[in-house]
Design a protein around this ligand. Structure first.
Ligand code: GGG
Length: 352
């Protein structure tokens, strides 16, 4: 297969984890005879520095012309303490999602047998937990009308029926491909937007008689994820709730550095780690590249290249089993591997 991939390393640890993601992608492409053509583009803080825009038109065009976007992370603390900053790196990510119409963010919450003890939860609670959070990605508070002055501020959690219907449809269909259990997460006891989500989900239920649906308030869902993560199969929720709940999901897996994601919708799909740019770790070769590498697996799988995805997953499992791990998941007294060394080990495994 011929694939054109737009590569957006972004900020902080982004370029380091991206290098490893690309090395793994190229090793798999070589092994299976695929031709992958990469074009790198700016996004986030580096894009603001060079162009004043966190998602420049050139980057948009490169993404639009590609079959897939491989994205790392954006975010830079220098914007946090600058109240005069008119743009922020994160706006680049939001602009990319909006302009490419990527309304569905698929975030699998995975566990790895050998990392169960790295979860702050009891191992028997997380052992076997395996669910997918489908996060609506182009609506809600992140995109609704905003206002801020010195005395007041607001964000608007705006959703329309078509926006809700299309993401719920993805939730129902995903549940059908898994264990036919869909949890709709909202705050319908308080929020009007959530009440519309719930009403539409109930209207759609008869179309999917084979799917068991339950409705859960987001506060209850966040508790249930910790108390009983194996309850969940597919969870569908709005933009803000999904962002927060999936970080919580990393506690089930054992590290933020393990969660990949795919964002799909109307145009080129984007594959990226759930985590951000961890600026404090920039250049230290300590960031876990596995979320980026697993995002490459999701990319191959998206194009129907199942064996390629499986090989990456097998290599990741093998690296963890061999204790080839970055510091945050290393066993006590184990040798610590850097971002680069973990990536190189996985590439060697794939080339074997
Ligand atoms: N790889 C994801 C990333 O860079 N996240 C930083 C961020 O700003 N996230 C906000 C969001 O995902 O909505």
């Amino acid at each position: 297969m011929d694939l054109r991939v737009a590569v957006l390393p972004g900020d902080g640890i982004g370029p380091e984890i991206m290098s490893q993601g690309l090395a793994v992608m190229n090793a798999v492409a070589d092994k299976y005879g695929h031709k992958v053509e990469c074009r790198e583009a700016l996004c986030g803080s580096s894009a603001i520095e060079k162009t004043g825009n966190p998602f420049p038109d050139d980057t948009y065009n490169i993404c639009k012309e590609a079959d897939a976007v491989l994205f790392a992370a954006v975010g830079d603390p220098k914007f946090d303490n600058d109240p005069t900053a008119k743009v922020r790196p994160e706006q680049g990510l939001l602009a990319m999602r909006k302009k490419l119409g990527l309304f569905a963010n698929i975030r699998p919450i995975q566990t790895f047998k050998c990392l169960l003890h790295k979860s702050p939860l009891r191992p028997e609670l997380v052992d076997g937990a395996d669910f997918v959070c489908i996060r609506e990605l182009t609506g809600g508070m992140y995109f609704g009308e905003k206002y801020q002055d010195n005395d007041k501020a607001y964000d608007t959690n705006y959703y329309t029926r078509p926006e809700i219907e299309r993401i719920l449809k993805i939730g129902f269909e995903y549940a059908r491909r898994r264990n036919r259990h869909l949890t709709v997460v909202d705050k319908a006891n308080v929020l009007a937007s959530s009440r519309l989500w719930r009403q539409i989900a109930k209207e759609m239920e008869p179309l999917y008689p084979d799917v068991t649906v339950d409705y859960m308030f987001v506060d209850n869902a966040s508790m249930r994820m910790i108390a009983e993560p194996k309850f969940f199969d597919v969870m569908v929720t709005e933009n803000t709730f999904g962002d927060i709940l999936t970080d919580e999901g990393s506690c089930i897996s054992g590290s933020m550095g393990l969660l990949p994601s795919a964002s799909t919708g109307e145009s080129t799909p984007v594959f990226e780690p759930v985590h951000g740019s961890w600026p404090q770790a920039k250049g230290q070769n300590i960031a876990n590249p596995l979320a980026q590498i697993l995002s490459v697996a999701m990319m191959f799988e998206y194009f129907g290249l199942k064996e390629e995805g499986t090989l990456i997953r097998k290599a990741v499992d093998a690296s963890l089993d061999a204790n080839v791990r970055t510091p945050e998941i290393q066993v006590e007294n184990g040798m610590e591997y850097g971002t680069r060394e973990v990536g190189e080990w996985i590439v060697d495994y794939i080339r074997k």
